[in-house]
Design a protein around this ligand. Structure first.
Ligand code: DAH
Length: 355
């Protein structure tokens, strides 16, 4: 028995030591301690020994059995830890790795960019943001703006009508009315937005964008209008070389009315002396009256600028139509990465008023 143990012990311990998988280790455990295992077999022989001998052999065998069982447990734990570590190493995420190159980064549309830049500038000049609906009624789009039903000025703007009389607004000027109906002067607002007319060529699309400006107070005058516009264009085109020219024109809601041309660096850039840019004038007293504002006490100016035109000029875009065709190649070329956004934000936003 003793000899047997002396022989078995180094054999088993070295096999346990060498076992490199849990399966191999388990085979060793079965071969030693299992039902037909070698230590179990030795235990079975105890019964045939003389009582004295059985006692000592029994003790030695128990110690041996415990030693092997302990060695098996220790090795099992070591192998399990090893396996866990290997798994962790394999599955761990290296958070210091740089991210995968992004292939589809969204771009900011030049119109959205121009609206943001424009609002930023007007916000710095103290203008508030006003908004109105794209689907307008006849009163706000025409009548209150001094364009009664049979007025020839209606033909200046080919209108999309809905059955029932509402329409897609042809101009943002209706927001002047909505603002003045709600609030007495002082008023100083801008309103950017979509406008619609039945037009389609390189410089006209059925949907386009305007920004409307309105300033009403007791002494607001044409010189103020000129200052606001000159300052705006200096900041927008980032040049001090800005000249403006006011040509007498006609709009039913302003008197006197003007179209403003821009000269200087921007016009020269595209080989012109003057660029026709916007309509403006002093708000017609009748329009003030239509909104419940006393024309003997208050006066003011208004202007309407085509935003698509501004985007085309600032960013060298020649044809207006692709702007609204959702062409990925076009937006990749003319769009802005979010990082190109102006760092100063206006505090005004198109959806939902002040940010
Ligand atoms: N609403 C005019 C248009 O769409 C532009 C315009 C002209 C707006 C004069 C104004 C203005 O506010 O005073 O053609």
């Amino acid at each position: 028995m003793m000899e047997e143990i002396e022989k078995l012990k180094p054999e088993l311990l070295s096999a346990i030591e060498k076992a490199d998988t849990l399966t191999v280790l388990d085979e060793i455990r079965v071969s030693a301690l299992g039902k037909n295992g070698r230590i179990t077999a030795l235990m079975k022989t105890l019964g045939s020994l003389a009582p004295e001998e059985r006692k000592t052999a029994g003790q030695v065998l128990n110690v041996f059995k415990t030693e092997i069982a302990t060695a098996l447990d220790a090795k099992k734990e070591a192998l399990e830890t090893e396996a866990l570590n290997a798994k962790l190493a394999e599955e761990s995420v290296d958070v210091t790795l740089s991210c995968r190159p992004e292939t589809a980064v969204g771009r900011i549309h030049p119109i959205a960019q121009v609206i943001e830049e424009t609002l930023t500038i007007f916000a710095q000049m103290g203008f508030d943001l006003a908004e109105g609906p794209d689907i307008e009624d006849d009163w706000h789009n025409f009548e209150a703006l001094n364009i009664p039903p049979a007025h020839p000025a209606r033909q200046m703007q080919a209108t999309f009508f809905f059955p029932g009389g509402s329409l897609l607004r042809t101009q943002t000027s209706g927001v002047q009315i909505r603002t003045m109906e709600k609030k007495q002067p002082p008023i100083k607002i801008v309103c950017p937005g979509r406008t619609y007319r039945r037009d389609y060529d390189a410089t006209h699309t059925p949907m386009f964008h305007q920004i409307e400006g309105l300033v009403i107070d007791e002494k607001t005058n044409l010189a103020n209008l000129k200052t606001v516009l000159v300052e705006f264009f200096k900041l927008f085109f980032e040049t001090d070389d800005v000249q403006v020219r006011f040509r007498p024109s006609y709009f039913p809601f302003t008197e006197p009315s003007y179209e403003m041309d821009l000269g200087g660096a921007m016009a020269r850039n595209i080989g012109k002396e003057w660029l026709e840019l916007l309509g403006c004038g002093m708000v017609d007293p009748r329009v003030l009256k239509n909104c419940g504002i006393d024309p003997d006490k208050y006066q003011g100016f208004a202007f309407g600028i085509g935003l698509d035109r501004l985007a085309m000029m600032k960013y060298g875009i020649k044809d207006l139509r692709p702007m609204f065709e959702a062409d990925m190649k076009w937006i990749k070329h003319y769009g802005f990465l979010p990082l190109d956004e102006p760092t100063v934000t206006s505090g005004l936003s198109m959806n939902g008023g002040r940010k």
